[in-house]
Design a protein around this ligand. Structure first.
Ligand code: BV8
Ligand code: ZN
Length: 245
């Protein structure tokens, strides 16, 4: 099959499905200017995840960890959704869409998507480690470390660090959607961080037609129906446009 035929075939499957499910990763936000984690220029090439994105790192040095997340907040605050986020949000007006995202940047919602499961949390929320209170938090500068104004406890970014479990309710909702998906699009993720890495395979084993969109093949590609190589910002508008190309 040529690339064009493959895209047409996937488009037809998308148009026939009652609902579309997406699993997205850092690659979908790369064209917005947000660095990915593992590729060229990736965050974990310059920073050690274990020093910054674990509960142990936060216990050891909450100020350092907060500085890292504030730096990322400032970076993300200057970035806009790109044609990939926008194509999904536009498509959502014609058919139900659920997005399961590993990203903490909030760009899907900013593009207008409504059903977004943020399985690794959000950089735009803080959570008190003592009383558990979560709050929307868009501050780009603050006295560090921030303290909860209800109980005086230490506040942390409301993201899921390595070694922490995903929120049970969100995980259950994601697994339900994957179990019943007809078509799943896995966009811009290297497929190495569990449990999200196994989501595509899980959906495929329950009958979903799984399409990967990535610059390169990944460790998960062999389990999917097909891989479309290309930039998310170029491929998704083609796959999701309502007019024939
Ligand atoms: C857990 C949030 C239960 C905060 C992140 C089983 C086996 C082995 C290890 C484990 C296992 N189960 C659990 C583990 C441990 C660990 C894990 O998976 N480790 C791996 C690395 C081996 N998992 C966990 O700890 C998880 N918790 O399982 O709980 C438990 C608890 C205790 C003990 C055991 C089990 C929690 C993981 C959550 C980690 N939090 N971040 C933050 O961001 O600061 S993960 C981090 O990676 C990112 O945040 C991101 O969310 C995630 C995934 O990365 P990707 O999105 O895929 O990004 P990446 O850079 O890797 O890839 C980008 C891709 O895009 C590339 O493929 C590239 O080609 C492509 N691309 C680039 N540009 C484009 C593009 N594609 C298209 N278009 C483009 N323009
Ligand atoms: Zn508190």
């Amino acid at each position: 099959m040529t690339d064009h035929e493959l895209i047409q075939d996937v488009r037809e499957r998308i148009m026939k499905a009652r609902k579309l499910v997406f699993l997205t990763g850092a690659g979908i936000s790369a064209e917005s200017g947000i660095p990915t984690f593992r590729g060229e220029g990736g965050l974990w090439r310059s920073y050690r995840a274990m020093d910054l994105a674990t509960p142990q790192a936060f216990s050891r040095d909450p100020v350092l960890v907060w500085e890292f997340y504030l730096w990322r907040r400032r970076l993300i605050s200057g970035c806009r959704p790109n044609p990939a986020h926008e194509a999904i949000a536009r498509f959502e007006r014609s058919k139900p869409v659920l997005i399961i995202t590993q990203n903490i940047d909030g760009l899907h919602q900013k593009a207008g998507s409504k059903e977004v499961l943020e399985i690794h949390g959000s950089i735009w929320r803080s959570r008190c480690v003592r009383c558990g209170r979560r709050r929307h938090d868009e501050r780009l500068e603050m006295e560090l470390p921030p303290l909860c104004d209800l109980c005086g406890g230490l506040e942390r970014p409301d993201v899921v660090w390595f070694g922490e479990s995903l929120d049970e309710v969100i995980l259950r909702a994601a697994l339900d959607a994957l179990r019943s998906a007809e078509v799943l699009l896995v966009v811009g993720t290297s497929g190495v961080v569990e449990p999200a890495a196994s989501f595509g395979r899980f959906a495929a084993s329950h009958g979903a037609y799984v399409v990967e969109v990535n610059l390169e093949r990944t460790a998960q590609s062999p389990y999917y129906a097909c891989t479309i190589l290309g930039k998310a910002g170029e491929v998704l508008p083609q796959l999701l446009s309502l007019e024939e190309s």
